[in-house]
Design a protein around this ligand. Structure first.
Ligand SMILES: [Zn+2]
Length: 287
């Protein structure tokens, strides 16, 4: 059954489960520390929200106990965040197929959602997700990125849309950006700029009706890994780092006050795939 337009506000909290920023040992401190895991889980339980974790599948083996524990503690489901967080585009298709194999091996089912490392995806990448039967992609940040991974996605919708390619489609569930400004609304950006700045900007540039919040385990304890980061990024990441969990709670409270309903990404996918008025974008529009 197709219904018309989006008639409610939906928020999805997503967690890119990858090794801590620039950590060559491949550690996830949230998984190594029961205290950090407990703090995160308590917030999720207290606010009665759900989490979609995008897994770097090469870490599944090392952290299988923690992944199971998290699943038993909070409402969480898992998508894929590549196999090894490889960013070079020539390896994209290999990363997709290895990740599907590792995911299926562990969970016994095929993954339905994918998020590429650092939002780096091109038209070939979307096609390889379609070929691997993914139902949705969550890689697009409909914004501009100015660092070494620079891209511009300002020509793409700031809301869910259909990516179509020779008779096939995949639903794109893009990360949240403020309207018009296209400023990314993710945990690392919110910690950097402060939630109050976002609250002010939102009066003029509101959040979209679907908010997909990007975050990483290390967003909550960046002070523990500051030695890995250099230059302006170090300053950016360290802002508000001691209040990261409080900022997270502030974001959840704000979204709830604005009438957002919290969903898993698979629930959002099922909801939007039935909408008749979803924008349609040719995969070739993505460079
Ligand atoms: Zn990542």
């Amino acid at each position: 059954m197709k219904v018309g337009k989006l008639s409610k506000r939906i928020a999805c909290v997503t967690l890119d489960i990858e090794s801590d920023l620039l950590d060559k040992s491949g550690r996830i401190r949230m998984f190594d520390s029961t205290d950090l895991m407990r703090q995160y889980s308590r917030i999720v339980q207290k606010h009665n929200i759900k989490v979609t974790g995008f897994l770097v599948t090469s870490l599944i083996e090392k952290y299988s106990t923690e992944i199971k524990l998290l699943s038993q503690t909070i409402p969480i489901e898992f998508g894929v965040h590549s196999h090894s967080h490889e960013r070079r585009m020539q390896y994209f298709a290999d990363e997709v197929s290895s990740s599907v194999a590792a995911y299926e091996d562990f969970f016994g089912v095929k993954p339905i959602g994918y998020r590429a490392p650092n939002g780096l995806i091109d038209s070939k990448g979307i096609v390889s997700l379609i070929e691997n039967q993914f139902k949705y992609d969550a890689s697009i940040f409909p914004s501009i990125r100015l660092d070494e991974y620079g891209y511009s996605n300002l020509h793409l919708p700031n809301q869910p849309f259909r990516f179509v390619h020779s008779g096939n489609e995949i639903i794109e569930l893009p990360a949240a950006c403020l309207d018009t400004l296209r400023l990314v609304f993710s945990m690392s950006y919110i910690k950097f700029l402060g939630l109050d700045i976002y609250k002010t900007l939102m009066r003029f540039f509101p959040l979209p009706d679907v908010v997909i919040l990007d975050s990483h385990p290390y967003d909550y304890y960046i002070n523990q890994i500051a030695g890995n980061i250099h230059g302006w990024k170090k300053y950016a990441h360290l802002r508000n780092c001691d209040q990261a969990f409080e900022v997270f709670e502030g974001v959840i409270t704000l979204l709830r006050e604005k009438g957002y309903e919290f969903m898993l990404m698979s629930e959002l996918y099922k909801y939007v795939t039935n909408l008749s008025e979803l924008p349609i974008v040719s995969v070739e529009k993505l460079r």
